[in-house]
Design a protein around this ligand. Structure first.
Ligand code: AMP
Length: 249
């Protein structure tokens, strides 16, 4: 069984994003970019399924600028077998990504597509669900555990009240939550080996998908600055202040 793992190049999670002065978006000039953390978890899970003998091949896919090749090389260094870059400088929305992934899924016929539950740049949390709808495949989102047996997969999901386990027929879509696993670091020899693994370069037009954005960003702004707190001398003063604010009776 093949596994398809979409990985997005995003602003590194350790970087504090800065909004452009004209409020049109986040400044990405000279900012460290990395693989979306939930996608690292997806790659790790795919590798574990291959190590267990459940999967035979892992294909990493990224839609983005030429530099997204670096993200794909990271996936290859972790243990993916080959990669596909769908190159575009247009900012792609989840529906466009899902349409491209649907085309690749139809070509490659993977047993499972493992995506991150959300990309930390747009926080959309849409691509996996849209892909499941386009392919008419079952979906198990926010996975904290997956178990494949035969042509079924049990996905334990992190839901508000606790954990829910769903059983899906393959092929299926899985999206990863934080507690699914702890991704491995690529070793130096594997980073070297990854350089010679196959990476196919495509364009959205190759799949006949129109990726023109459907949304217009009106404004991007920094969150409001936190105002400084005050120090009180004792509990009585605290209670008086809380009463004045209407917080305490
Ligand atoms: P989103 O719906 O944008 O929050 O993204 C959810 C997941 O979809 C990500 O964690 C990735 O697995 C996948 N994804 C989204 N955008 C891309 C992209 N441009 N290239 C590859 N995978 C993507």
């Amino acid at each position: 069984m093949k596994l398809l793992v979409p990985v997005k190049r995003v602003i590194d999670y350790n970087v504090k994003p800065r909004v452009k002065a004209d409020g049109t978006g986040v400044d990405l000039a000279n900012v460290k970019m990395s693989m979306n953390p939930f996608d690292e978890i997806a790659v790790e899970e795919a590798i574990r399924l291959k190590e267990k003998g459940v999967a035979s091949e892992i294909i990493a896919v990224s839609v983005g600028p030429a530099k997204a090749q670096e993200t794909l090389r990271t996936a290859l260094a972790m243990g993916a077998d080959r990669a596909i870059l769908i190159e575009t400088d247009t900012e792609v929305e989840p529906l466009a990504v899902a349409k491209l992934l649907a085309k690749i899924a139809e070509e490659e016929m993977p047993g499972i597509v493992i995506l991150g539950k959300q990309a930390i740049d747009d926080d959309s949390n849409q691509t996996g669900q849209m892909l499941a709808a386009l392919l008419d495949w079952a979906q198990g989102t926010f996975a904290s555990k997956v178990e494949v047996s035969g042509n079924m997969i049990a996905v334990t999901r992190e839901v508000d009240g606790g954990l829910e386990t769903v059983s899906l027929k393959l092929p299926a879509i899985v999206t990863t939550d934080l507690r699914l696993n702890e991704p491995r670091y690529a070793s130096l020899p594997n980073i070297m080996k990854a350089k010679s693994k196959p990476l196919a370069q495509k364009k959205p037009e190759d799949y006949g998908v129109d990726i023109t954005p459907r949304l217009t960003t009106l404004k991007v702004e920094e969150p409001p600055k936190r105002v400084a707190g005050i120090k009180v001398a004792d509990v009585d003063e605290l209670i008086t202040k809380l009463k004045a604010l209407g917080v305490a009776a």
